[in-house]
Structure formats: C-alpha cells, structure tokens
Ligand binder design. Structure first.
Ligand SMILES: Cc1ncc(COP(=O)(O)O)c(C=O)c1O
Length: 399
C-alpha cells in the first residue's frame, strides 16, 4: 500500500515558477548559455568580517543547541539595530530568531492564526505568503494592485475590503516589496496604520529588503510612523538579503511579548533553534559595518537604473521605477494579445523566451499578477546587457 498523503500537503500548490526554473536548469545542464533573471538572492559573497565570526564560533566550539528564541547576545544586537535604524524600542524577550525570514513568518502565523482567519495579502505578493496561510487553514484575501499605483494598495481599498470580511485577522505588509520593488512612504504607512488600528488588524510587516532602497526613497516601519501600532505589529527582518547571507538561514520577528513567547514555544517543537554558528555570524553582521552593505546597495542601484530604463524603452511595456529590493516587474500584458505564437499568459511567455531566446524570467502569475514578469537584477551588468538584448529580440519576434 502506498503511503497516503495528507489533505494538508495535497492542498499545497506547486509553485508556478517551478516549471520555468526546472526548464532553465535542464537547459543549462544541456550546455545552453541561459541569462538567468530568476534569481532571488544577492550575487555577492557574504562579507569577510561575518565569515570570520563564524570561523571563530567553530574554533570556540560554539556548536551546541541554543535556546529556542536565539542567544541573548543576538537578540540584544537586534534590539539595538531596531533602535538605531527604525527608532523602535524592543527588549530581547520581544524578539525571536528563526531559521530565515520565511520560518519567522510561518512561526508567527502559527502563533496567531486560527482556522478560517482572514489574512489580507496585497498582490503582487511574495510567493510563500498564500501557501503559508493556507497550510494553517487561514484564508488569504487579496488586495490587487497594478502599475497605476506603483503596485501599492490604498487605505481606501483596505477599508472597503475590510467591510466585507467576517474574520479579518492580519495584513501582510511587505515594503520594500518582492516582486514589485514598491516602497511605501511615511505618509502612506501612517494612513494604512490608522485603518488597521480602527479595525484592530494585526500587521505582519515584512521588512527583509529594508537595506535595499534607492534614490530619494526611504524605508520606514509602520510602528515607527504610528507608535500605537507597535502593539498590533509583528516586524519581520533578517540577514539574508542585506548581508548576502541567504544560505546561512537567519531571520527574526519582533513584536508583543506574549506573541513572541508563543512563537518560541512553536519553534521549540520544530526547528529547535537557528544554527549556533550562524547566530554568532549574525551578531557580527549587525554590530559592525565594513561598508559592504552600502557597496552592494550602490551596485544594485546602478543595475536597476540600467535595466528599468531599457525596459521603459520597449513599446507596449509599462514598468514603474522600483524604489527598492532587486526586482523589476514590468507589465507585458499588451504582448499577449498580438502575437503569432500563442503566448497569452505569463507562464507561456516565459517558456517561449526561455526556449527560443535563452533567458529565464519568473511569470507574474506566481505573484498573483499574470500581466507581469519578474526580472531580478541580482546579476552582473554584463549579463543584464545581454539578457535585455535577448528579451527585446524575443518580444519583437512575437510579431
Ligand atoms: C519578501 C520576502 N520575505 C521573506 C523572504 C525570506 O527570506 P529568508 O527566509 O531567506 O530570510 C524572502 C525571500 O525571498 C522574501 O522575498
């Protein structure tokens, strides 16, 4: 008898990004030179001073389980970072360290979400939010946006959706946003926060791309601009994107003590704790600065400026300048209806561009926006130049 799969696992939808990325991997293995715009992580190495701290931790035999919420030294470093960068006061017992921002979010959702709870998710959204909510039997409620508002939802839209809901529990706010790069201003966060307070809505504020903002844009945290929101907010951040540490697996959540206490109890029974060595490396990352974050940010800004200006030159494409993260999210919908090869949705267009023009992109449908494609510019300038050349040729070929 085969082992039966649980209903919960059966309900998990395979990511629509997988077909295209599996195809890209296969073609690369077959010897094709693919320009990969699909990458969701910095292409830089982890800075030396952080790696040194990890070596030191191993040499010091700092290799045992730690307490579930994370070592005190690290939670203190996070508290200091939140004060320094975000003007927010948290004590170490209001902070939990998890194996990645992703794990921090599902741990927090497990602590606060009951079956049937409605979790508001602005679209486009990061792919894991809906699946995580569904795994906990919560109900994702989408707030659709498009390029006319730079992919930002409005407080009025939030008000009107809330009126129709039976069990609204939380809003997942992601600024800077993956995939759109949208960054909410101070004023926008203030207005959103007021609606959340009025409806007693919890905000899970995913700020993992905080350090990657460009030009005039500034990152603000919702509890920073509206202090009463502190009791309703769980802030998510981590070291993956800012410090080029995706493989180290460390994220964190800061929020009301009772929520963090329960989240730690949840984590005790799954991950136990984050790798001890990674925790020491993160202490170094947060407590020191050798200028590498700023160097990476400047490089990303150059690439963004190049990529987006090239995309904006293409007829029929609409692509607002993203203020943060390392993605561009052009609307290519007008190419769906006028082509001879039947590429009438984002998956088919991505498959076509990969097969015929050897560029890998992520279909917008994965993020809840089928009109768009996601470009990551976590790639060398040389690859961006070649990739955009192929992309233009691909669109022209549609006829
Ligand atoms: C918006 C967003 N949040 C959270 C994460 C999770 O990051 P990690 O688990 O690597 O810390 C990612 C990673 O791609 C992301 O894009």
């Amino acid at each position: 008898m085969p082992i039966t799969i649980s209903k919960r696992a059966q309900a998990i939808k395979p990511s629509p990004t997988m077909t295209v990325s599996a195809m890209a991997k296969k073609m690369t293995a077959e010897g094709y030179s693919i320009v990969n715009f699909g990458v969701g992580e910095p292409d830089f190495n982890t800075p030396e001073y952080i790696k040194q701290a990890a070596h030191q931790a191993i040499d010091d035999n700092f290799t045992r389980y730690t307490i579930s919420a994370g070592i005190l030294e690290l939670r203190q470093a996070i508290a200091e970072k939140l004060k320094r960068d975000n003007d927010l006061e948290y004590t170490p017992d209001e902070i939990i360290v998890s194996p990645g921002g992703k794990a921090a979010i599902i741990t927090i959702l497990t602590a606060i979400c009951d079956p049937g709870d409605e979790i508001l998710i602005p679209a486009p959204y990061w792919v894991s939010y809906p699946s995580q909510v569904e795994m906990l039997d919560g109900k994702p409620i989408y707030l659709p946006t498009d390029e006319t508002t730079n992919f930002k939802f409005t407080p009025a839209q939030l008000q009107s959706v809330l009126k129709s809901l039976a069990k609204p529990k939380a809003l997942i706010l992601n600024s800077p946003n993956n995939p759109s790069g949208a960054v909410y201003s101070k004023e926008e966060l203030l207005a959103i926060g007021k609606v959340c307070l009025e409806h007693n809505l919890t905000v899970i504020s995913d700020e993992i791309y905080e350090k990657l903002v460009y030009g005039e844009a500034r990152h603000y945290s919702i509890a920073q601009v509206l202090p009463p929101m502190r009791d309703n907010t769980i802030l998510i951040n981590g070291v993956s994107k800012a410090y080029a540490m995706t493989g180290w697996r460390l994220g964190y959540a800061a929020g009301p003590r009772e929520v963090i206490k329960k989240a730690s109890a949840v984590q005790e029974h799954n991950a136990s704790c984050v790798t001890s060595i990674t925790q020491k490396a993160a202490v170094a990352a947060l407590n020191h600065d050798d200028g590498s974050i700023e160097r990476m940010r400047c490089e990303f800004q150059k690439r963004r400026d190049f990529l987006v200006s090239e995309l904006q030159k293409i007829p029929l494409i609409k692509c607002p300048l993203p203020d943060g993260a390392f993605y561009a999210f052009p609307n290519v919908g007008r190419y769906y209806h006028k082509n001879k090869v039947g590429t009438n949705d984002s998956i088919r267009l991505c498959e076509y561009l990969l097969k015929e023009f050897h560029i890998a992109l992520v279909p917008g449908v994965a993020f809840g926006c089928d009109e768009c494609l996601r470009f990551s510019y976590a790639n060398s300038m040389e690859n961006l130049i070649e990739g955009i050349r192929r992309f233009k040729a691909g669109l022209e070929s549609l006829g």
